[in-house]
Structures are given as C-alpha cells and as structure tokens.
Design a protein around this ligand. Structure first.
Ligand code: 2P0
Length: 325
C-alpha cells in the first residue's frame, strides 16, 4: 500500500481558456494566464493497494459513482499507464469552494490529484510534467501547479503544453459569490458548443492569442492598469462567444451585470478595479492590494465577498510511503 496527500488551490484566469483543439490530449485552442489563489484549497489523498478490486472516489464525504468518478478513474488509468502499475486506488478529496459553481474546483481538484497520484504511484515528475499531467484531467488544472501568476502555453503538442510562472505586479482579487449553486451547463460541454455553433469562435481564438501577448507584455512592465483593462475586455468577449451558442448559454446573471456596473462606478471614482467571470455568475475583481478593502466594501451588497491573493502551486503535504506495489 502507498499513500500520498496533496493540496492545491484554484486559479482564476485573466486570459481565459475556452475551447480545445484536441480533446484527447486536452490541448487548448489558445494559451491562457491566471492567478493561483491563496484560498479555497482542495486536499486529496490517494491510497493505492493491490487488494482493491476497483478505484473509489469520495468527494466532500460522498462516494461518487457517476461522472466525477469516471473522470477520476480515467485519469488514474493514465497515471497507471505511466507508472506501469495495475493497482487500483482510493481517492478522498475535500474542496473548500462550492463544487461546480464557477470557482474552478476542477482546477484545484485535478492539480491535487495529479500531485498525489504521481507520488502514490511512484512517478518522479518535475513541475512542468505535473502541469502536463494535471492538464489531462482538466485543462485549467495545468495552471494550479504554479505559484501566483502563470501562463499555460498552447504548445505544439503534449510535451509543450504546460504552465509556468510569470512575473507580475502584486494584485488582490475580490471574489464576489453571487450564487453558489451548481452551474446548468458544464464548461466542457459549453466549450464544445461554442466551437461547434458560435459564429464568433474563430475570432475568439485569434483575439485570445493577441490578448495573451498583450497581457504578457503588461505583466513584464508591471503595468496593473493595462492588466486590468485586458482582463475585463477579454472576459466580456468570452461571455459574448458563449451567449452566441445555439442553443444559447448565459452564465452571467442580472446580479453579475450589476457587479460589473459597480466596478465601472468605482473606476469613475478613481479606484482601479477590473472584473472577470468564469462559467458561472460569480465575479472576480482585481485591484491593487491597497484598494482591495474599498472594492470589497463597495461590492458587499451583491453577494458574499472575500479578498484573496496569490497562492502556492499544488504540492505534496505527506509523501506516500508504504510497502510499495
Ligand atoms: C479558465 N474556464 O481559463 C476558463 C474560463 C472557465 C472559464 O478553464 O474541459 O474545467 O476540464 O478542460 O478546465 C473551466 O474549464 O475544462 C475553465 P476542461 P475546465 O479558467
């Protein structure tokens, strides 16, 4: 038996990943850039044993048997293939964020699982290799291997599509949870529908590449204002692509829109705050650290508000020693 535990945090993209060019290898249509948070961790333990007759997944205390279980068992098959093992595993995972509510629990989930499973199956992988592995579970998980701001390269193929750190100015993120319910359409399904039915999709892919280049320049120049402008414009473009699907998908709620209006009002008052939103109604706002408390106060009427900052990439917290298999 071998046991290993890892902890990972979600990341919020400032340049979004929305669409795949290869669903099997989980290669994105374009690169993306995100901030790994210091909040909402996922802690995952993987226990491998020759005595198990099947994999098991317990998520937030509940045994899973359908979609989440199938995604995890397929991911473990990949790890077993790399390790040359046939042992099944018990996976126990706990998320502090509401699962499926657009707070990227699949990113922290698969980042923690990649690190814990690699250790439990005896794989010795560097950070880039762990990022590539996490990508196979969920694309955005590739970025949760990295501390703070990271760029996930679209790459030429499996070997070159991983995330690595980027120098950037210190930023705060104000998370406004307007609704913690499970989203109606999964990101995976909505990305597929965007690529197949949204007439704006080709322009989205091209403009994302341009946004990423501009964002990398803005990070290099430590230009917070430019980072913010790119972030909010790019988020609006992603939601425009999604809303143009057939049948349409709309993740932003009236309250989300009200938050974006409140952010614009803050800017008109001289406080630099810029918003983004993922595949759900919650809004993440970036500001300079000195402005975070004022931004949070202004957004309190719209939902629960939490100020977070840059957090660590996924890491092992207890290394699986055992008698090995
Ligand atoms: C992102 N999102 O860049 C974008 C913005 C949501 C909106 O990556 O199919 O759960 O597992 O690769 O990573 C969410 O998609 O999708 C996501 P899969 P994932 O953060």
């Amino acid at each position: 038996m071998t046991i290993a535990t890892a902890i990972a945090h979600p990341n919020i993209a400032l340049v979004k990943y929305w669409g795949k060019r290869d669903e099997t290898l989980m290669l994105p249509a374009a690169g993306s850039l995100s901030l790994t948070l210091d909040a909402f961790p996922t802690t995952t333990t993987v226990r491998t044993s020759a005595d198990l007759t099947a994999d098991e997944l317990v998520l937030n205390g509940e045994t899973q048997t359908s979609d989440a279980f199938l995604r995890v068992t397929r991911f473990l098959d990949l790890v077993r293939g790399m390790a040359g093992s046939t042992a099944h595993a018990q996976v126990t995972s706990h998320n502090e964020a509401p699962t499926g509510a657009g707070l990227a629990s699949s990113a922290s989930g698969f980042a923690a699982l990649a690190v814990a499973a690699a250790a439990a199956y005896g794989l010795d992988l560097d950070r880039a290799a762990l990022s590539r592995l996490a990508r196979r579970g969920s694309g955005s998980a590739a970025r949760s291997l990295v501390d703070g701001v990271s760029v996930w390269h679209a790459g030429d193929g499996d070997d070159t599509s991983f995330a690595e750190p980027v120098d950037a100015p210190e930023m705060s993120m104000i998370i406004v949870t307007v609704d913690a319910a499970q989203k109606a359409v999964s990101s995976r399904e909505a990305m597929r529908r965007s690529a197949l039915t949204s007439p704006f999709y080709p322009a989205w892919v091209t403009s994302t590449e341009l946004s990423l280049t501009a964002m990398l320049e803005a990070c290099r120049d430590l230009d917070f204002s430019r980072i913010g402008r790119i972030t909010e414009t790019h988020a609006m473009r992603m939601h425009a692509v999604i809303q143009a699907c057939d049948p349409p998908i709309r993740y932003l709620s009236p309250t989300s829109i009200a938050v974006f209006d409140a952010i614009a009002a803050l800017r008109a008052d001289g406080v630099e705050a810029y918003g983004t939103a993922d595949a759900g109604p919650n809004v993440a706002v970036i500001s300079r650290p000195a402005d975070a408390a004022r931004v949070a106060k202004a957004l309190e009427p719209f939902g629960s508000v939490r100020i977070v900052g840059a957090g660590p990439g996924a890491r092992l917290v207890s290394d699986g020693t055992g008698d090995g298999e």
